[in-house]
Design a protein around this ligand. Structure first.
Ligand code: NAD
Length: 294
């Protein structure tokens, strides 16, 4: 461990917060996780137990100890207690701007002076939040991907006010907890990953929704033509169809038509992707996936 950021607090213990907490603990960091109330703390316990199983099964041969990591994580609904000792606080609460701003307002007076604050927000820029932090020089985005233990990129993106030394500290921290750290040189909605991925998924959705080609044929073209392991509809299934649906449903006329197609043909039939056993493909399926309509 070379990072100067040695104690980690994660705010929000949902899908991503629990994974970030677990990954840091698994990498040997002292981790505290905060959520709003007793029910959320209990749910966090279940998520962390499940992650412990996942790490133990999927990372065989790795040096970390999943059970020890699980046991080391403190979960609390006391915000002041959660951050009292934090070198870095990583916020992973719901993607609602006012909710994040309100939390930052309560957090600012509680944070030790040296603490770095990072948001895991997927769609907001750190500039949307910076004025609520009380520490513009020590605030930035640190964006993880879902299933952090195998999709291990961490995109780091500051505001014009972020101290370059803090930026570098966070790049180092991300590497030390097992991530491939990707520095983003200026603010960009979607970082690198979603700047590339969202247009690909939308273009694939347009081809299928407007009847140009079948999803599994589109995937095949992409895999053969580029050498990529997954086609766009396999990626839809991995992400889960609801998130792209929610983004498209707020877009222009074409986006909304694609959203309606996703809803009517898949979501309304419970075909939400890998997590529900069926989306564009059925799971478990032989590589590269059996078309659901086969
Ligand atoms: P989620 O809904 O699964 O979890 C949110 C958690 O925050 C819940 O445990 C909830 O109880 C808690 N919470 C609600 N209000 C809170 C508050 N005021 N203070 C503290 N905790 C509070 O959400 P998620 O999918 O984990 O997303 C969290 C953040 O991570 C978002 O900013 C999202 O953009 C980002 N993100 C999500 C993904 C993903 O694939 N889900 C990927 C990358 C980044």
């Amino acid at each position: 461990m070379t990072s100067s950021l040695r104690t980690v607090t994660v705010l929000g213990t949902g899908v991503l917060g629990s994974q970030i907490a677990f990954q840091a603990a698994y990498s040997g960091w002292k981790v505290t996780a905060y959520d709003i109330d007793d029910a959320a703390v209990a749910a966090a316990g279940k998520r962390l137990d499940a992650l412990s199983q996942t790490y133990a099964t999927e990372l065989t041969g790795a040096t970390g100890n999943a059970a020890a990591a699980r046991a080391s994580i403190i979960v609390t609904s006391d915000l002041a207690h959660a951050v009292t000792d934090a070198d870095i606080v990583i916020e992973a609460v719901p993607e609602v701007l006012d909710l994040k701003r309100e939390l930052y307002g309560r957090l600012a007076p509680l944070l030790p002076e040296h603490t770095v604050l990072a948001t895991n927000s997927s769609t907001f820029l750190p500039s949307d939040l910076v004025t609520f932090t009380g520490r513009p020089d020590r605030f930035l985005a640190l964006h993880f991907a879902n299933q952090i233990w195998k999709f291990n990129t961490a995109e780091i993106m500051g505001t014009p006010a972020t101290d370059p030394a803090v930026f570098d500290q966070v790049v180092e921290f991300a590497g030390d907890i097992g991530m491939v750290a990707i520095p983003i040189q200026k603010e960009k909605p979607g970082y690198v990953l979603n700047s590339l991925l969202v247009p690909l998924l939308n273009a694939a959705g347009e081809l299928a929704a407007f009847g140009y080609a079948e999803p599994h044929d589109i995937d095949e073209v992409w895999r053969i033509g580029t050498g990529a392991p997954f086609g766009p509809f396999q990626i839809y299934d991995i992400i889960g169809l609801t998130t792209p649906y929610n983004i498209l449903a707020h877009g222009d006329d074409k986006d909304r038509a694609i959203a309606a197609w996703l809803k009517e043909n898949y979501i309304d039939h419970g075909k939400l992707g890998l997590a529900t056993g069926e989306g564009f493909y059925r799971y478990p399926a032989p590589d590269p996936g059996e078309p659901a309509d086969a």
